[in-house]
Write a protein of this length. Structure first.
Length: 361
C-alpha cells in the first residue's frame, strides 16, 4: 500500500495571552466545541456553559456562523486548547476559564485583509469520566446552532438490504428503491429491501451500520447531486463466502439548513498510475492515498489550487482528464468524516494506466 502526504498548509498566526496554549492539533482528536463563520475585521467569541455570545467591535459583523457543543465547557480552572482549522488572520485565546470570570472562554479573531474570510476553530478541554457521566444526565448535544442553521430538524434514516450473492455485485439505492447487478458470478437472487424512510434528495453522509463481512461489503459512492442522490454498495466474494448477504445503511438528514451555495471551482489536480482501484482522501491541503482490493498506485502527484474548506454542505465535483477507467467521489466533506473528501479511481485493466483528475469544490 502506498502512502503520501503533501502539506501546503495556509499559514495562520496564532498569538497566545496568559498561559501557554497549544494551537496545534491536540492529542485528543475529538473536539468539545466547533465554530465556523465569515469574519469582517474582528470577532469576539465568549463561551460560558453551553451559551455562545459573538460580537464584532469592528467591521460589519459575523455572517453564516454555526457552532456545536459536543460537551459542556469546564466549570473548573484548566487550560483550554485551540485548534485553527481554517482562517487567514490572527486567532487567540484571550481568556481561559477561571473563577474570576465565571469560567468564561474568550476567543479573539482579527482579520486584517480586505473582505470577509471564513474561519473554523475547534476547542478541546479535559473532562474527567465522573464529570462526563454526571453531565450526561443534565445536558445533551443539541446539534448545530447559529444563524446559518434555521429551524434545524435532524432526523435519521435507515434501509436494510438482503440478497443471495454468488460472487461480486453492486447495489444501487435511490429514493425508496434498490437495484442490484452482478459484476461477477451468477445473478443476484432473493433480493429484498426495507426502507424506514426514503433516501433524501440532498447530499447526506451514508454509513454502513453493523457487520461489513470483514470488508467484503462497503459503500463506494455517496449520494450527490451529480449522481442524482444515489448510493452504491459493493459486495465482493459473496460477502465473505456467506452467499446470503445483508447490509444496513443509515444517514442523518438535516431539514431547513441555510447553506450558501457557490459555484464549484477547481481545488486540486491529481495524477497517478493505477491498476485495480486506488482511494484518495483529501483534507486541508494534504492527501492520504492507498490501494483498494489488491490494486497498485505509483507516480502519484497532487497540486492544490486552494485548501479544502472545513465545512459541510459543499457540492464537490470530479472530472477525469486522462485514463481509461472511472473516477468517483465516495464521500463528500461532513462533520462525521472530519470534513474530508474521498474519491476513488477504478481501472479495468489489464495492467495499469495513467490518470489525471480534477476535483472542484
Amino acid at each position: 500500500m502506498s502512502l503520501r502526504h503533501m502539506l501546503l498548509r495556509v499559514p495562520v498566526l496564532v498569538l497566545l495571552l496568559g498561559a501557554v496554549v497549544c494551537a496545534q492539533a491536540p492529542t485528543d482528536t475529538t473536539p468539545k466545541f466547533v465554530w465556523q463563520g465569515d469574519v469582517d475585521e474582528t470577532a469576539v467569541l465568549r463561551i460560558r456553559g453551553d451559551h455562545l455570545d459573538v460580537q464584532s467591535p469592528k467591521g460589519e459583523g459575523v455572517r453564516h456562523q454555526r457552532y456545536r457543543f459536543f460537551h459542556l465547557p469546564p466549570d473548573s480552572r484548566q487550560q483550554v486548547r485551540l485548534e485553527i482549522l481554517e482562517g487567514r488572520g490572527t486567532v487567540r485565546i484571550a481568556r481561559q476559564p477561571t473563577a474570576d470570570n465565571d469560567y468564561t472562554i474568550e476567543i479573539d479573531i482579527e482579520d486584517l485583509q480586505q473582505g470577509r474570510a471564513h474561519y473554523s476553530i475547534a476547542l478541546y478541554w479535559d473532562s474527567p469520566a465522573d464529570e462526563m457521566q454526571e453531565g450526561a444526565k443534565k445536558w445533551r448535544d443539541r446539534g448545530w446552532q447559529g444563524d446559518d442553521v434555521i429551524n434545524v430538524k435532524e432526523s435519521t434514516g435507515k434501509l436494510t438490504w438482503r440478497g443471495h450473492v454468488d460472487s461480486d455485485a453492486m447495489v444501487e439505492c435511490q429514493a425508496s428503491a434498490c437495484l442490484s447487478q452482478s459484476t461477477k458470478g451468477m445473478p443476484v437472487g432473493h433480493e429484498r429491501v426495507r426502507f424506514e424512510k426514503p433516501l433524501p434528495q440532498q447530499e447526506v453522509a451514508v454509513s454502513l451500520a453493523g457487520d461489513d463481512a470483514n470488508g467484503n461489503i462497503r459503500v463506494v459512492q455517496q449520494p450527490l447531486r451529480a449522481n442524482n442522490y444515489t448510493v452504491r454498495v459493493q459486495i465482493t466474494d459473496g460477502c465473505g463466502n456467506r452467499k446470503e448477504c445483508s447490509f444496513t445503511l443509515t444517514w442523518r438528514e438535516m431539514a431547513g439548513a441555510a447553506e450558501e451555495k457557490q459555484a464549484a471551482q477547481r481545488g486540486l489536480f491529481w495524477s497517478g498510475t493505477v491498476s485495480g482501484a486506488a482511494r484518495v482522501t483529501v483534507r486541508d491541503s494534504s492527501t492520504l492515498s492507498g490501494t483498494v482490493a489488491g490494486g497498485s498506485l505509483a507516480n502519484e502527484q497532487t497540486v492544490f489550487d486552494r485548501p479544502l474548506p472545513h465545512r459541510a454542505g459543499l457540492s464537490p465535483a470530479i472530472r477525469k482528464v486522462q485514463g481509461r477507467g472511472s473516477v468517483v467521489i465516495v464521500e463528500p466533506p461532513s462533520d462525521q468524516n472530519g470534513f474530508s473528501l474521498i474519491f476513488e479511481v477504478h481501472d479495468p485493466g489489464p495492467g495499469a494506466d495513467s490518470y489525471e483528475v480534477e476535483v472542484a469544490w
